[in-house]
Design a protein around this ligand. Structure first.
Ligand code: EPZ
Length: 420
């Protein structure tokens, strides 16, 4: 298994280009199943989860051509409507084929995603929403067996559905399902993440009738068919946030290209509160820091509040900032696994339920640590950048799921990171 070897202590200076968002590309790729004619995408990052999704769609009979960050998908003759356990167990976002398969083909057999490191992460709201639209759904032998063949015209029926927990992929699955349903669907308490908006914008270009994306009420008037289109995937705000925290912690001046400050208000606010200087124009962000930061309290919540996917990175920042900070995780029940790894590097963190108390220390000690989930592994790399001596981060396949060319991008900024 690959690992990263990091020599701490270098400042970061220079320019880094942010890739297309993983969490926008995943639903957008699955939306290809809705279209009668080819979909042409640009800005698709070279990430493990994206390769997994492309493989899943390929097994269904979608014809896919990929050239670097450009991907074309033709779902004109899909032959299989199934996502097997083997596929889903490696990536829970495979659940995003359920809505499109039901909407276009009236049938789907998708393995229930298992739990994952950060929490149980059920998909009950995805299922209840589709049932509200008339789908017949049975859970048997770990599979979701869904059908609309009993419905008028074998089509999902528009419905009003209130999601009692804000769910990003739940909102995306139901929005895609509703696009081809008969009648109007209103999704209430919908997720407002930028990736939901990017998916909606593409669906509208494909002929869908959607309004309200980005607010907590999304209205979708079903149409007969959807056609292909061209779409550039929105930039990855979490990748951008991760490099911004790296620059703030290590000290220096880093300019991020293909980055949008308007997607990162809560994160920028916290970086400024910590003492970094953040400036931006419409598609770039610059972070300047002397590496001496103040501890900042963090409380994660659905967008536009502070994103849970940036919690581990700010835990690393607080570990070496001056003062004491409270980090509260309200979205997932077990997203503090990076804490015990950071404690091995000398971090002073104590956990009480879903809140961690972080007392900044002068320096962390390089150590061998283990990545447990995508953003936790990123936070260990950040800690390694500022730790004294050498840090070895093991099991970095987690990192490769969400960060394109991480060590190359960091080394281009002056870091000393080797993959072995
Ligand atoms: C998306 O996951 C992201 N993944 C996650 O990013 C992100 O952390 C999460 O949203 C929250 O922002 C993708 O977009 C592919 P949720 P998702 O449904 O949609 C509960 C990363 O690092 N819930 O918004 O699976 C759930 O347990 C990943 O890139 C239900 O109870 O998250 C959680 O506590 C990690 N029932 C909360 O809602 C449901 O049916 C939010 O989950 C669905 C969700």
């Amino acid at each position: 298994m690959d690992k990263l070897i990091i020599q701490g202590g270098n400042r970061l200076n220079g320019v880094v280009t942010i890739s297309g968002a993983k969490n926008a590309a995943l639903p957008i790729l699955c939306a290809a199943l809705l279209a009668e004619t080819p979909l042409h995408l640009t800005g698709v990052a070279a990430l493990k989860d994206i390769a997994t999704t492309i493989k899943l769609l390929d097994t269904m009979g979608v014809k896919i051509a990929r050239n670097g960050s450009q991907v074309s998908l033709d779902a004109s003759d899909v032959a299989s409507f199934e996502a097997t356990y083997e596929m889903v167990k490696t990536m829970r976002a495979s659940i995003l084929v359920l809505g499109p398969l039901l909407a276009r083909f009236g049938t789907a057999r998708v393995s229930l995603p298992g739990g994952c490191a950060i929490g149980s992460r059920p998909v009950d709201l995805h299922i209840k929403g589709l049932q509200a639209m008339g789908a017949a759904i049975h859970i048997t032998h770990g599979y979701i067996q869904a059908s609309t063949l009993h419905l008028p015209n074998r089509r999902l029926q528009g419905a009003r559905y209130y999601m009692d927990i804000v769910t990003v992929t739940g909102t995306e699955n139901l929005m895609m399902a509703a696009a081809l349903a008969e009648g109007t669907t209103v999704l209430e308490n919908a997720a407002k993440e930028p990736e939901v908006i990017d998916l909606a914008e593409m669906l509208i270009k494909m002929g869908a009738n959607i309004s309200g994306a980005g607010t907590d009420v999304i209205t979708i008037v079903g149409v007969e068919k959807l056609h292909g289109t061209e779409h550039n995937v929105v930039c990855d705000r979490i990748e951008a946030g991760t490099y911004m925290v790296a620059a703030a912690m290590a000290g220096g001046e880093v300019k991020l290209l293909n980055a949008r400050a308007d997607l990162l208000d809560a994160v920028i606010e916290k970086l400024r509160e910590a003492g970094a200087t953040v400036t931006s124009d419409k598609d770039s962000i610059t972070v300047k820091s002397d590496g001496k930061l103040k501890a900042v309290n963090i409380r994660t919540a659905p967008h536009p509040a502070f994103p849970t996917d940036m919690q581990a990175q700010f835990m690393a920042l607080n570990a070496v900032a001056s003062g004491v900070a409270k980090v509260t995780e309200t979205i997932f029940e077990n997203r503090f696994m990076h804490v015990q790894e950071m404690q091995r590097m000398g971090a002073d963190i104590s956990i009480d339920g879903n809140t961690a108390l972080v007392k900044g220390v002068a320096t962390l000690d390089g150590a061998t640590v283990m990545a447990t989930d995508l953003r936790a592994s990123a936070s260990l790399v950040l800690a390694g950048l500022v730790a004294r001596g050498e840090t070895v981060v093991e099991r970095i396949y987690h990192l490769d799921r969400g960060y394109e060319n991480l060590e190359a991008k960091l080394n281009a900024l002056g870091a000393n990171v080797k993959r072995v």
